[in-house]
Design a binder for this molecule. Structure first.
Ligand code: UN1
Length: 503
């Protein structure tokens, strides 16, 4: 395989200048083989100041461009992404190790959010509210918030940027993007496509409307601490989110946090087990268990436990693990050695807590520099030890339950609150799961797994997942500031609450 030349050809095709990926100080490796594929120049923490200053200037111009015209830029971006879906999708596979259909799916997610944002650009609705005073009117309107900082993770190296940037741009906000240091190439390519969209759009787009800063945590910290960046959207670990959230709060900025998940599915006695089996397989093993929405805990009713878990063991033993670009394997590599070590540590801890581990061993696909594993199915006697933590690897813990109240309590009894699902055809059980006394997560699905959300819904979760919402529904409000206006169109001055103040 000639990964380096393939990657460089893709970067060139996507419009990335050669000196942006050669001769720099950040070594980029593909998880497919572990080999070096690029060296990317990074930005110094001092230089971030100038980037923020340019974005702040861009804001002054961009907020005055009518929102539907701002939407036009995002419409063009969506089209540029359509034209380059294959190349960018392949690059995602090379850099993040996703199987090709998932690499392409990620770019489709970008296209979808662009379409969604274009529609929004003619909406961004406010309210009219009845006033208690005669000849008065109350309204609520939404204005651009300002520069948005976007911090993204390796596992969705480009889609997460687009959820944030597409909305921020139509809302009137410039963006500064700090991608994961593990995936700078897809960020460079995405940004080159953005630059192409700007070229087609014309002069209304100010310089500095979107910036990419590649480097370590120190540059992220500059962004996080800067008052000129009123909104920080961060996707990644709870550890990172806690630092970001606290620092942003200290300066009264707004953070949109999308952090760890420890997502469960409950399989009830009335579940269609064939459908459940397929959903569990994708949810737990897709993306090699490296989605924040990955299914990590399966809570199965005792009456269907043996039937389902017996079949699952077969699926786990036979799932194809292999090269994500040169085979049709469904499970590609882990991102790096640290991910492999974390997985093995969790499996050891699970065994120590009485778990029966099936799978989880390393599979030699492309030599010693890459880390492929057989996904692990772990039958646990109780929800203890590593089960309550998020290990970013394909480990599915299986627990048995007797009654639904107990299953829901188990599902909720972890620090994270991103996604969840129930399998069953009994309406009463399904509705209980969706009720106020049911799942405590930001996402609760029925007869599908917890992952693979469409962009139309608000995406995010509660508790240590951080509480933020990105993507669809009214998540756009996170990128705008709300203003309440009281307008007196009469010639008297009645005060609210009947207060008298006659001078
Ligand atoms: C993530 O893993 O950070 O719902 C995002 C999903 C995808 C997004 C995952 N649409 O699984």
């Amino acid at each position: 395989m000639t990964i380096v030349s393939d990657v460089h050809a893709l970067l060139e095709k996507l419009g990335v200048a050669r000196d942006a990926y050669t001769g720099g100080d950040l070594v980029v490796r593909t998880p497919i083989t572990g080999e070096e594929i690029a060296r990317v120049p990074t930005i110094s923490a001092d230089a971030v100041d100038g980037v923020i200053a340019r974005a702040a200037d861009a804001f002054v111009a961009w907020r005055r461009v009518p929102a539907p015209r701002r939407g036009e830029l995002v419409r063009i971006l969506g089209n540029v992404l359509r034209d380059n879906k294959e190349a960018l999708g392949r690059l995602v596979s090379f850099e993040a190790g996703k199987v090709l259909s998932e690499g392409l799916g990620e770019v489709q997610e970008m296209i979808d959010i662009c379409d969604f944002a274009v529609g929004l650009s003619r909406q961004l609705y406010g309210l009219t509210i009845q006033s208690e005073r005669p000849e008065h009117r109350l309204i609520e309107q939404w204005h651009p918030a300002g520069v948005v900082g976007i911090i993204s993770a390796f596992n969705f190296p480009v889609a997460v940027w687009s959820w944030n940037a597409a909305l921020a741009l139509v809302c009137g906000d410039p963006c500064i993007w700090k991608p994961s240091e593990k995936t700078p190439l897809t960020a460079l390519a995405t940004h080159a496509l953005f630059d192409e969209a700007v070229r087609q759009f014309g002069a209304d787009a100010p310089a500095g409307l979107s910036a990419l800063i590649i480097g370590d945590g120190a540059i992220g910290q500059k962004l996080v601490d800067d008052k000129r960046v009123p909104v920080i959207s961060a996707t990644g670990s709870t550890r990172m989110g806690r630092i970001v959230g606290e620092r942003v709060a200290r300066r009264f900025g707004r953070s949109i946090l999308e952090l760890g998940g420890n997502n469960a599915s409950i399989v009830t006695p009335s579940a269609d087990l064939d459908l459940t089996l397929r959903a569990v397989a994708f949810g737990a093993m897709g993306t090699a268990g490296q989605r924040c929405t990955t299914l990590r805990r399966l809570i199965v009713h005792e009456s269907v436990y043996d039937a389902l878990v017996g079949k699952l063991k077969q699926v786990y033993a036979n799932i194809s693990v292999g090269c994500p670009v040169s085979s049709d394997a469904l499970v590609g590599p882990l991102i790096d050695e640290a991910a492999f070590t974390a997985m093995q540590d969790s499996l050891k801890a699970a065994k120590a807590a009485g778990g029966a581990v099936h799978g989880g061993e390393r599979v030699d696909v492309n030599g010693a520099g890459s880390f492929y594993v057989r996904p692990a199915l772990v039958e646990m006697p109780a929800q203890t030890g590593p089960v309550v933590e998020e290990t970013f690897a394909p480990i599915l813990y299986v627990l048995k339950y007797t009654d639904l109240d107990q299953a829901i309590a188990l599902q909720n009894d972890v620090p994270q609150g991103l996604s969840s699902s129930i399998f069953g055809t009994n309406l009463l059980e399904v509705e209980q799961f969706l009720s106020a006394a049911g799942s405590d997560c930001g996402i609760a699905n029925v007869n599908i797994g917890p992952s693979g959300a469409e962009i139309g819904g608000a995406f995010g979760g509660e508790k240590e997942t951080g509480g933020g919402r990105e993507s669809g529904s009214d998540a756009w409000r996170g990128y705008m500031r709300r203003q309440t206006n009281t307008i007196n169109y009469g010639r008297t001055l009645p005060l609210a609450q009947g207060v008298k103040f006659d001078v």
